[in-house]
Ligand binder design. Structure first.
Ligand SMILES: *[C@@H]1O[C@H](CO)[C@@H](O)[C@H](O)[C@H]1NC(C)=O
Ligand SMILES: *[C@@H]1O[C@H](CO)[C@@H](O)[C@H](O)[C@H]1NC(C)=O
Ligand SMILES: *[C@@H]1O[C@H](CO)[C@@H](O)[C@H](O)[C@H]1NC(C)=O
Ligand SMILES: *[C@@H]1O[C@H](CO)[C@@H](O)[C@H](O)[C@H]1NC(C)=O
Length: 363
């Protein structure tokens, strides 16, 4: 179990104890294992603390990658406390994000985010975090094989984004009908398997309805459905993805992470606030660690699917901690709609990347 890390991290910089811990984590994160979690450090359980001294790790001005949709300050958002919360686990210290160490560890590697626009949000955040750690070094923003890519030539690290809302295939049939195929991975798989590090995410696309829906019909084997419960469709797609990992990915070579479901804040009843409607004008996280709306329904589905993968996949379990961040969305300071799905940058995705980094280090 420790071996995947030894190879992926690169022999020169691998720390044996971290490798052991990382191997252990495979077991630890498996939802089907009944371990005594009490005594172990769980970096995903904690609270948000206001800490303007340590965060944000970069400013909107210092990061050349932030697109308009996530650039809340430049879009006129009047408050900025949402940038200054640091995630503080109860049972251990989260390691400080060390961008140069990250680049050295992954020297010569290709890191690929695969997912929806929230994954893109996180990909940009990581690029900002790395650039701000080594501002003296050149970066190149380009398109490689059709994919947006940011490279840091001094470290020969490339950071790519593969847009894929569902992870499963959308094929175009007769009369331009868009068919969401729950049992097929499609072309993506061929590209993904060559990366050294894969960071997957998917959720929000499954909630699309009406004009926003990017498919016309759902197909599974030979059965066609005009509609399906999003959680049911999500689980079928994740199982298709899990089978693909099982059969295709050599996890001795490729490290695989799955980002937990990113929650939205379109309904203030979820955090029991009768005075709000949605995330608009929310300037503070939900206090404490318990979300009034309870666990996100898709969380259990994702954990079940990851539990069925025989190879090592690391869950970056950010759902619950993100539910508390009703203040982190662009709301009216992003695109033209009220956006309670994506996240301002700097902001919450920076914390996700800190947790991804901690997971890589073996926490
Ligand atoms: C993810 O975090 C939540 C909240 O802390 C917890 O209930 C859940 O069991 C965690 N999942 C895994 C797989 O550790
Ligand atoms: C950069 O890394 C790639 C592997 O991803 C390798 O093929 C290439 O030779 C490296 N380039 C340099 C200049 O080290
Ligand atoms: C992956 O492989 C494991 C062990 O071989 C098996 O138990 C599991 O059901 C497989 N998962 C899927 C989704 O095929
Ligand atoms: C990965 O490494 C393990 C341990 O050395 C080995 O048993 C296994 O066959 C390897 N898997 C692949 C696909 O090479």
């Amino acid at each position: 179990m420790g071996l995947p890390v030894a190879v992926a991290v690169g022999t020169m910089y691998a720390v044996p104890t971290a490798m052991l811990a990382f191997g252990f984590l495979v077991e630890y994160l498996r939802p089907d294992k009944n371990r005594d979690l009490e005594s172990e450090c769980n970096i995903f359980q904690g609270r948000w603390v206001f800490d303007a001294h340590h965060v944000p790790l970069y400013t909107p001005q210092s990061c050349p990658f932030i697109t308009k949709k996530f650039d809340c300050q430049n879009n006129g958002r009047p408050d900025n406390d949402y940038m200054k919360y640091r995630w503080n686990p109860y049972s251990c210290m989260l390691p400080r994000f060390h961008g140069e160490d990250f680049l050295i560890r992954f020297e010569g590697k290709r890191i690929m985010f695969v997912g929806d626009s929230v994954g893109y949000n996180q990909w940009l955040s990581l690029a900002c975090m790395l650039h701000s750690a080594v501002p003296q070094h050149k970066y190149v923003l380009h398109t490689k094989g059709g994919l947006p890519t940011i490279t840091f030539p001094a470290y020969n690290v490339s950071l790519m984004f593969y847009p894929d809302d569902f992870l499963v295939d959308i094929a175009v049939g007769g009369k331009n009908e868009r068919i969401l195929k729950l049992d097929s991975i499609g072309n993506g798989g061929v590209v993904w398997k060559d990366a050294d590090v894969l960071v997957f995410n998917t959720w929000n696309g499954w909630l699309q309805t009406g004009k926003k829906q990017s498919w016309d019909v759902i197909q599974e084997a030979n059965a066609r459905h005009n509609d399906m419960d999003p959680l049911v469709a999500y689980e079928k797609a994740l199982n298709t993805w899990a089978k693909w990992v099982n059969s295709t990915v050599d996890t001795n070579k490729t490290m695989i992470f799955f980002q937990g479901v990113s929650p939205d804040h379109f309904n203030s009843r979820d955090w029991a606030d009768p005075n709000a409607k949605n995330c608009k004008r929310q300037t503070r996280p939900v206090p404490g660690h318990r979300y009034p709306g309870g666990p996100h329904p898709a969380e259990a589905v994702l954990e079940r699917a990851l539990g069925s993968v025989s190879e090592s996949v690391y869950l970056v379990n950010v759902t619950a901690l993100s539910q508390l961040r009703k203040d982190g969305h662009p709301s009216i300071y992003g695109s033209k709609d009220v956006d309670c799905t994506h996240w301002c940058l700097p902001g919450l995705p920076d914390a996700w990347n800190e947790l991804l980094y901690a997971t890589i280090l073996g926490y």
